[in-house]
Design a protein around this ligand. Structure first.
Ligand code: FES
Ligand code: FES
Length: 146
């Protein structure tokens, strides 16, 4: 059984047909929002982070129908290679990106934090971003960049 849901995705109103048990990550990835990464699939790594109504959400454990009527952002709406968001530029300039798999989720979490608090200290950044895991960098350059 499917249902049509409508929500704002990266600033555009979009409608999608979803099944009751479809997860938001699957909906987004099947519509080519491939910046939403499948990592653990169980709410532990943060690779699938999106913003829903300005708060971070793990899209791998969020039912797609729960996005109905909400304001959803993926990394595709935040910045691009030609026009990176300042957070993306800071990460690049600091050399804080290695394989890059964790970075979309990191950027979205950082954006959620900075939108609430434009001058967080390093401890606040670490605490806010402890749900985003990185296998490559050891975190220091990421936190320094932010
Ligand atoms: Fe969703 Fe790891 S893939 S939290
Ligand atoms: Fe590779 Fe973070 S840069 S997982």
């Amino acid at each position: 059984m499917t249902k049509t849901i409508t929500f704002t995705l990266n600033g555009e109103i979009r409608s999608f047909s979803v099944s009751a048990d479809e997860k938001l990550i699957d909906l987004l990835r099947r519509h080519d929002y491939k910046g939403v990464k499948w990592g653990c699939g169980e709410g532990s790594c943060g690779a699938c982070t999106v913003l829903i109504d300005a708060k971070t959400a793990y899209s791998c454990i969020t039912y797609a129908f729960l996005a109905d009527g909400k304001d959803v952002w993926t990394i595709e709406g935040i910045g691009s290679i030609d026009s990176p968001h300042p957070i993306q530029k800071a990460l690049i300039d600091e050399g804080a990106v290695q394989c890059g798999f964790c970075i979309p989720g990191m950027v979205l979490s950082a954006k959620a934090l900075f939108d609430k608090n434009s001058t967080p200290n390093k401890d606040a950044i670490k605490e806010y971003m402890d749900g985003n895991l990185c296998r490559c960098t050891g975190y220091e350059k990421i936190y320094t960049a932010l």
